[in-house]
Structures are given as structure tokens and as C-alpha cells.
Design a protein around this ligand. Structure first.
Ligand code: HEC
Length: 202
């Protein structure tokens, strides 16, 4: 969660600042800034691939169809084929191929490695003109609808904080891992809020 990431960053920055200023003499006061109020960072939201950060709630494909038609279709097309907004499905298998008749088509279905990113993105950024206006149940539902239209999940799917991270995206293994443990801590030691549900290993 950016919540804890940010808090960790503030703490880290404060520690560095104190260390630096102790070396340089008395702590200077610049007269600006304020300590974050309790809960102030809670407005920030992020969902991790393993499900950390996902809120309570759930939504079905059927419910998502209604959300989609009312809130998304005008820009992303009745069949998710795109329009004013991006094409959301299709293109599977077109990103890595040597067939000139198959130009790469980058969509959620063909490219995105984690299903949780759909929730994360839609909750924070969509609908375009009113980001943040959807209830979490609606975000789960419209995520389920997009995944069902992409034939990644069956039409009777209900998504929630446990089932969404378990969805395996078609291009999940299309990326080259770059773990660099010397630079980035392992997931278990990352500053994100600790797991409330079992991690998924797919
Ligand atoms: C007013 C038009 C509009 C509406 C309504 C709208 N979107 Fe979008 N959407 C966009 C635009 C424009 C982008 C590209 C934004 C960008 O790249 O910064 C986008 C991007 C996206 C993406 C990222 C696609 C990608 O491959 O990067 C997703 C997912 C998405 N929208 C889902 C939705 C959902 C779900 C809804 C309904 C709840 C919705 N959008 C409603 C215009 C819209």
C-alpha cells in the first residue's frame, strides 16, 4: 500500500535527515510542512499482484455487465473493442510472433500479467471523467466482466480479494524476471501492508 510505503519513506527520510543534521550541528527549522495526521495516507490505494491491498467486497460478471454498459461502454465500446478509450480485450498471442499478418495488439487480455492491476487501475482512474466514483463491489464486478469477455474466467465468476489474485492472466509468463535482491527486498520484506490473505503462487 502506498499508505505504508509513504509512511516508510517519510520515516526513512526523517532518519536520514536527522543523521545528516546531527552531523552538521543543531537541527535547522524551515517553518513549513506538518506531520501527517493519523489516517491521512489512507486515501492512497494500491493493489498488489498477490492480493495485498484489495478491499472487502465482491462482484459478479453479471453485475459487471451492467456497470460496464452504464459507465464504460461509451468510451471502450459495446464489445470492449475500444473507441475514445483503449481496446480492453483481444490480441492474445500477437505480442510475440513473427507473422506479419498478426500485428501486436496490446490489451488487458494480451499483455497485462496480473488481474489485480485491472482492479487497481479502474478503482483509481476510471471512469475517466469521474475516477474514484465506483464502489468496490462495482470495481470487482466490472473487473469480472472484462475478464469474462476476454475468456480468462468463466461467466459465473464472482471476484473478491481472494479469487481475483488467483486469476492467471494469459501473458503472465511473457515477462523476463529481474529480481535484483541486492536492490529490492523480497516481497515478504517489502514495506507494503502485510498479507491478510494467503499469497498466490502462479
Ligand atoms: C470518458 C471516456 C471513458 C470512460 C467512460 C471510461 N474510460 Fe477507461 N479509459 C479512457 C481513456 C481515454 C483511457 C486511456 C487513459 C490513459 O492512457 O491515460 C482509458 C483507459 C482504461 C484502461 C487501461 C487500458 C490499457 O490497456 O491501458 C482500463 C482498464 C479502463 N480504461 C477501464 C475502464 C472501465 C472499467 C470503465 C468503466 C467503469 C472506463 N474505463 C470508463 C476513457 C474512458
Amino acid at each position: 500500500m502506498p499508505t505504508t510505503t509513504e509512511r516508510a519513506f517519510v520515516v526513512a527520510a526523517a532518519v536520514l535527515f536527522c543523521a545528516a543534521s546531527r552531523a552538521a550541528g543543531p537541527t535547522p527549522s524551515y517553518g513549513f510542512g506538518a506531520d501527517p495526521a493519523p489516517g491521512e495516507f489512507d486515501q492512497f490505494f494500491a493493489a498488489m499482484p498477490d492480493g495485498r491491498g484489495l478491499p472487502a467486497g465482491s462482484g459478479s460478471v453479471e453485475q459487471g455487465k451492467v456497470v460496464y454498459q452504464e459507465q464504460c461502454a461509451a468510451c471502450h465500446g459495446a464489445n470492449l473493442q475500444g473507441g475514445l478509450g483503449d481496446r480492453l480485450i483481444g490480441g492474445r498471442g500477437t505480442l510475440a510472433n513473427s507473422d506479419p499478418a498478426k500485428p501486436p495488439v496490446k490489451t488487458i487480455e494480451s499483455y497485462w500479467p496480473y488481474a489485480t492491476t485491472i482492479f487497481d487501475y479502474v478503482k483509481r482512474a476510471m471512469p475517466f471523467a469521474a475516477p474514484g466514483s465506483l464502489a468496490d463491489d462495482q470495481v470487482y464486478a466490472v473487473t469480472a466482466y472484462i475478464l469474462a469477455e476476454a475468456k480468462i474466467v468463466p461467466p459465473d465468476t464472482v471476484l473478491n480479494a481472494a479469487t481475483l489474485p488467483a486469476v492467471k492472466m494469459p501473458n503472465r509468463d511473457g515477462f523476463i524476471a529481474d529480481p535484483r535482491p541486492d536492490k529490492f527486498p523480497p516481497v515478504a520484506k517489502s514495506p507494503h501492508r502485510s498479507l491478510s490473505i494467503a499469497p498466490v503462487t502462479n
